[in-house]
Design a protein around this ligand. Structure first.
Ligand code: HEM
Length: 477
């Protein structure tokens, strides 16, 4: 192990083997489950050595904030793995960039595109796509994975490029989703494959940018992120490819995550019918039966927001967190962290810390609604909310899409509660297992879903038709 400065020591951790260290003890998928076990054994900051590299795993929110947020200048880089980072994005992908100038400039652009004031202008698009989702979910519940993916990718395709996703079979959409799914595959693909993937990705991102550039020249480009970038390029000091990657990464990071969170919500509805009842009571009381829930209702819907937050606590989408790399030697609580250490804020363990979350394995939205729980906060018109929630990471790298994600999840949960009655499938438990990909997503599970009434079903249908009619992007290719 590394040599510690005087008066400091290395954190405890499982003993490794020569050369490979702990590599062989780490399962190839769902490693966060094993990391939680190790936290029980070795404490909230423990050390792994993976083939010569230092990996420290953090399992409480306090330590994660102390390091990744409070010491943000030190703990905001990403390890540059030759395969993943270089090949898969040629040092362009903001998610994997080190703490350098390109990242900083890209992050400024992302902030401009996703901050709360901008996000408000995206709400009509969320309304439009959520209505389509309800319509198809009621029509064909067993295809729920497709509908949630179409919602999430359709939203960002519109916002990013001013294009619509109708069927998911569009060439651009298929190409981009194919890239996302390959990147999310559990075992890193071979280098050669990664190189090819990057070429494909770059050519797609360039083409999407060219489309918008051409439309701008013809004076008919819709408002979208790509257009904003092209108009303000000089202000942000990014090259065309760097800008194309900022917008492309927002798509890649924002579609699978949002969809996975909704799948876990559906799972909670199946397994916790008493919470579906409470949710529907609240939505019916606040919204009534004559219209669908809208963004203006959110301050009056704390149970909706609690369901969303509890879903992300119970099934954190990025359960193992995205590791931050430390750029300079540091000491915390007498423990030495050498420069280059990868710090994993293990959400699976953080979200199951019994001091913060009593009865942690139970899906319990009350912890956000009832003063007897340590996570309760007033006023309930504002809390619970997802701002700075550990499910979105920490410090300077915190998810820039959290406001957009929060509004999507709140709206979809309120609208599904308003329109649908969900119950266990008669033939089987379902939903016990998680997919093996990068995101936490339940394996496909059967369930029953019907419209709560013929009137509500008809309102969804009419709203969808009107939405299509008024769609500003209708008929565009
Ligand atoms: C439920 C939905 C989502 C979850 C749970 C989630 C979670 C996360 C997490 C944990 C990180 C890493 C933070 C860290 O390093 O500490 C991250 C980064 C990121 N997210 Fe999200 N995210 C979600 C939705 C979105 C959306 C909708 C967008 C885009 C509109 C987005 C764009 C990004 C980007 C670009 C990064 C990289 C930031 C950087 O490295 O500087 N995410 N997200």
């Amino acid at each position: 192990g590394p040599r510690c400065p005087k008066g400091t020591k290395l954190p405890p951790g499982p003993k490794g083997k020569p050369l490979v260290g702990n590599l062989l003890d780490i399962p190839p998928y769902h490693s966060w489950l094993k990391f939680r076990e190790w936290a029980d054994q070795y404490g909230p900051l423990f050390r792994l050595n993976i083939a010569g590299r230092e990996h420290y795993v953090v399992s409480t929110e306090k330590i994660a904030n102390d390091l990744l947020r409070e010491r943000g200048t030190l703990y905001s880089s990403r390890e540059q793995l030759p395969a993943a980072a270089q090949l898969l994005g040629d040092n362009l992908r903001p998610l994997l960039l080190p703490y350098n100038d390109v990242w900083r400039k890209g992050r400024r652009l992302m902030h401009h595109l996703t901050m709360s004031s901008a996000a408000t202008s995206y709400q009509p698009t969320q309304i439009l796509e959520s209505t389509r989702l309800l319509y198809d979910l009621i029509r064909s519940p067993k295809d729920y994975e497709t509908w949630f993916e179409r919602y999430a990718s359709g939203l960002i395709f519109r916002l990013g490029f001013g294009k619509t996703v109708e069927t998911g079979e569009e060439e651009d959409v298929k190409r981009i989703l194919n890239i996302v799914h390959t990147v999310e595959r559990p075992l890193a693909p071979f280098k050669q494959e990664l190189g090819k993937l990057h070429e494909e990705e770059l050519s797609l991102f360039r083409q999407l940018q060219d489309d918008v550039r051409r439309e701008m020249r013809d004076g008919k480009a819709p408002e979208c992120w790509e257009r904003t970038f092209l108009e303000k390029k000089d202000e942000y000091g990014l090259t065309d490819d760097e800008g194309a990657y900022v917008v492309g990464t927002l798509f890649e990071a924002g579609s699978g995550t949002t969809a996975a969170a909704m799948m876990s919500f559906l799972l909670a509805m199946v397994h916790y019918p008493e919470w579906q009842r409470k949710l529907q009571e609240e939505v019916d009381r606040v919204v009534g039966g004559d219209r669908m829930p809208d963004f203006e209702d959110m301050p009056s819907l704390p149970t909706v927001r609690a369901m969303v937050k509890e879903t992300l606590r119970w099934r954190p989408v990025t359960a193992g967190g995205i590791p931050h790399q430390l750029v300079k030697d540091d000491v915390y609580d007498g423990m030495f962290l050498p420069a280059g250490t990868n710090v994993h804020a293990n959400q699976w363990a953080i979200h199951r810390d019994p001091a913060l979350y009593p009865d942690p394995d139970t899906f319990l939205p009350s912890r956000w609604l009832d003063p007897k729980y340590p996570t309760y906060r007033e006023p309930l018109t504002t809390y619970p909310n997802l701002q700075n929630f550990s499910a979105f990471g920490f410090g300077r790298r915190i998810c820039p899409g959290q406001t957009i994600a929060e509004r999507s999840l709140n709206l979809l949960v309120a609208r599904i509660a308003w329109a649908c009655q969900i119950s266990k499938a008669r033939d089987g438990e379902g939903g016990r297992w998680m997919c093996r990909g990068f995101n936490v997503q339940p394996k496909w599970f059967p369930f029953e879903l019907v419209a709560r009434s013929e009137e509500r079903k008809e309102m969804v249908r009419v709203a969808m038709k009107e939405g299509r009619w008024e769609d500003p992007l209708r008929g565009r290719k």
